[in-house]
Design a protein around this ligand. Structure first.
Ligand SMILES: [Zn+2]
Length: 412
């Protein structure tokens, strides 16, 4: 193990200590003592790496390496360090430690870049405490409203604004976190893949070209609950049967749309839910993801058609669709993606172009700056669980690619 890998391991392990559920995965909710501990560690590590550290109005730790031309728009890099309940040590921290290690590399080499470089450690990306998620990046993009800080509440009923206040941040000043469009030269995040593509192909890094758009629907099919013994097959309004036809169409629709489009019926509730009762009502989810808006729309159209058809076949069936989430796909910056691929190749690492099926802070940052995202492999594709793991030398390879890329961007 080389010094760099050791430093990376030390950071990951140190951050993992700030955990509300030791022995049962990592739980680090926003504005908690664990958050405070991790924040203090990061502030100190950034100072030790020679950065000027500040905390923005949303709680993002920002460590700035001054440039030779301080007035130029900075290159910004990092990820988040909050977790889901009982999650792993790498989802988020991998990209935060990327920032720390690159700052130390600049320091080791005594390099002062032309542009300033800012390493960021964001919070509440998962939305595990207050819902919503992508909090710190949305604050930078000016999308966190004063209203949200009052309405988004945790299980105890504490609003995110109240929690911020108790943590020493002023919710009234949330607007001060905003970074205007053009004020950031480039944004780069590194993250674990949370899937198995890199591992199964034995590849070192993945250059993410697009983050998928998501449509999440809640569909209710209303039928008629009847006696399962006394009701002949041709006299039923079986809501579950209709839902099954829709589920099959959802699957076929995603395959037909292509371009890596996926669609899933993952949650089904059957009412009243008895062995001997024809289902009278079904509520189910449809989750559609694609890097192309047209494919999302195509599957959506398939869902509509399938519902019309399935519910039109029997008397007494009707349906309703609610849209719970509608996020458009985000294309990432070609220039930065190109540099990432080139630098992976130069270092002798294998890489592939990818699409991210999960949401990340990068998708929000892409609204205000050219942005890119690099994936590192993740064992067995496991994530959001205690088993989540990436080998330290794999992290280092990703960090090396990011480092070269940031050094180049900072000289542009
Ligand atoms: Zn994450």
């Amino acid at each position: 193990m080389n010094t760099k890998t050791e430093r990376i391991q030390k950071d990951i392990e140190a951050l993992a200590e700030f955990n509300a559920t030791p022995g049962a995965g990592l739980t680090r909710m926003s504005f908690t003592p664990e958050h405070r501990g991790a924040q203090e560690y990061l502030v100190q590590a950034m100072k030790d790496a020679g950065l000027q550290v500040r905390i923005d109005a949303a709680g993002t730790v920002i460590g700035r390496l001054e440039g030779r031309e301080p007035e130029l728009a900075p290159v910004v890099a990092g990820s988040h360090y909050d977790s889901v309940p009982n999650g792993g040590n790498f989802d988020g921290p991998a990209g935060v430690v990327m920032g720390l290690e690159i700052a130390r590399t600049f320091q080791d080499l005594g390099i002062k870049p032309k542009r300033p470089v800012e390493f960021v450690a964001m919070i509440e990306e998962e939305g595990a405490r207050f819902g919503g998620g992508l909090f710190a990046s949305r604050a930078m993009a000016g999308k966190v409203t004063r209203q949200e800080l009052e309405t988004y509440r945790d299980k105890q009923g504490i609003s995110s604004g109240e929690a911020m206040k108790a943590f020493g941040l002023d919710p009234e000043k949330i607007g001060e976190a905003v970074r205007s469009k053009g004020s950031i030269y480039a944004f780069l995040e590194m993250h674990i893949e949370q899937g198995k593509i890199l591992e199964s192909n034995g590849q070192d890094v993945g250059v993410v070209h697009a983050i998928v758009g998501i449509k999440e629907l809640r569909v209710t099919i209303q039928g008629r609950a009847d006696h399962a013994g006394a009701t002949p097959m041709d006299m039923r309004a079986d809501a579950y049967l209709a839902a099954c036809k829709v589920a099959l169409a959802v699957n076929k629709g995603a395959i037909a749309a292509g371009h890596g489009t996926v669609a899933t019926v993952g949650k089904v509730e059957v009412f009243p839910g008895g062995f001997n009762i024809v289902p009278g009502k079904v509520v189910f989810s449809v989750d559609i993801r694609s890097s192309k808006s047209c494919c999302l729309d195509q599957v959506m159209e398939t869902v509509n058609e399938a519902l019309r058809e399935a519910c039109g076949q029997e008397e007494g069936l009707s349906y309703e669709i609610e849209t719970l989430m509608d996020v458009v796909p985000v294309e990432l910056d070609e220039h930065i993606c190109g540099l990432l691929g080139k630098n992976a190749e130069k270092a002798g690492f294998s890489y592939r172009d990818m699409v991210s099926g999960a949401g990340h802070d990068t998708q929000v940052m892409a609204e205000i700056a050219p942005a890119a995202l690099l994936f590192v492999p993740c064992r067995g594709g496991r994530s959001h669980c205690p088993e989540e793991w990436t080998d330290y030398d794999q992290l280092q390879k990703g960090i090396e690619v990011c480092c070269e890329t940031i050094m180049e961007l900072a000289e542009e």
